[in-house]
Design a protein around this ligand. Structure first.
Ligand code: A2R
Length: 311
């Protein structure tokens, strides 16, 4: 059985399946991780990790015989695939299996934000409905234009669901996708100008770092809503807090933050914000499927087969 290193705790279903198929080394259980790596590092041929944790350099350089990094999640911000390629290490992630759950939470956040579902719930629980009367009127999605920044696997499923809600879809990305039916914008600021809603679902990378900032929010305007289900790093959070506080955009729904699990505290006091603790893919079904794919990629590789979902 091949030796596989697990860097941080993973779902019990993943650990069980790994233990059935490999000799598993749990770095997170070691009292002295450095000494542990020195003793077993040269035997390790596979790593199971997450896109957030990756394989930090101090661990990587103790794994001279590493062949594959199997990462949990579609984003792999903490892994440099080019560097791995140069070292002859295969990297895999878990795309597709989380696409529906991600699209579901995106539409859920949009409805929660414009219909003020969390606030109305709190209003009723506080007894205000009987004491003060009806909750103030809200806005709706129907007929609005949604600009999708990153029309990838998840973006396309968001587009499909937005159309079911009778919204117009436009999109922005590095490349026009001529077989997609939606109008294309090469520039996110230009797209924001025509959008009532801007959804960010691009990966975190040097190219997308804080790409959504003042110019985008100004283009979105005081009636525009912003939703981030991609990566916190894509947004200038300081500017976001500012435009929300000053009412320069109508509201924001955020599932991702730059410094998770921390979020700018100023957001907690704002009424025009819906917050979600990075739970886009966090359903039992989807997380199980993601974990299963982590294991299946390792099994395929060590059986001499092509991996299922290479990065
Ligand atoms: O640019 P394109 O045509 O390759 O479109 C990709 C777009 N994208 C970007 N758009 C603008 N500027 C960039 N620098 C840039 N980099 C990438 O994001 C593509 O349409 C989309 C990503 O789609 P997929 O690779 O299919 O990823 P998926 O499964 O939709 O997940 C997106 C992200 C993950 O990377 C995590 O950060 C998060 O959702 O969970």
């Amino acid at each position: 059985m091949a030796d596989v290193l697990v860097i941080k705790p993973m779902l019990p279903s993943v650990i069980e399946a790994l233990e059935e198929n490999f000799t598993v080394h749990k770095l997170y259980e070691a009292d002295d991780p450095s000494a542990f790596l020195t003793s077993i590092g040269s035997r390790v041929r596979g790593v199971a990790t997450s896109g957030h944790t990756g394989v930090p350099p101090e661990i990587m350089h103790k794994l001279p015989n590493l062949e594959i990094v199997s990462s949990f999640g579609v984003g792999y911000d903490a892994i440099d695939p080019e560097d791995c390629r140069r070292r002859g290490i295969i990297v895999t992630n878990t795309p597709d299996v989380l696409t529906d759950a991600m699209a579901e939470i995106t539409l859920g956040l949009m409805i929660a934000l414009c219909r003020k579902i969390p606030q109305a719930d709190a209003y009723m629980r506080a007894g205000h409905w009987t004491a003060k009367g009806n909750y103030p009127l809200t806005s709706e999605l129907t007929g609005k234009t949604v600009g999708i920044f990153g029309l990838g696997r998840i973006g396309k499923e968001v587009a499909r669901r937005a159309q079911a809600f009778k919204m117009q879809v436009v999109y922005c990305g590095r490349n026009e996708q001529p077989y997609e039916p939606y109008p294309y914008f090469a520039d996110v600021v230009e797209m924001a100008k025509v959008s009532d809603w801007l959804i960010s679902i691009v990966p975190g990378s040097a190219a997308t770092d804080r790409i959504i900032g003042r110019r985008v929010f100004d283009a979105l305007g005081p009636d525009g809503y912003f939703v981030n289900v991609g990566r916190g790093s894509t947004v200038d959070e300081e500017e976001l807090v500012k435009v929300l506080t000053e009412g320069r955009i109508a509201g924001a729904a955020l599932d991702v933050f730059e410094d998770e699990p921390n979020a700018p505290e100023a957001l907690f006091a704002l009424d025009n914000v819906v917050l979600s603790p990075h739970q886009g893919s966090a359903t039992r079904k989807t997380r199980w499927a993601m974990g299963d794919l982590v294991v299946r990629n390792l099994k395929a590789h060590f059986a001499g087969l092509p991996v299922i979902t290479p990065v």
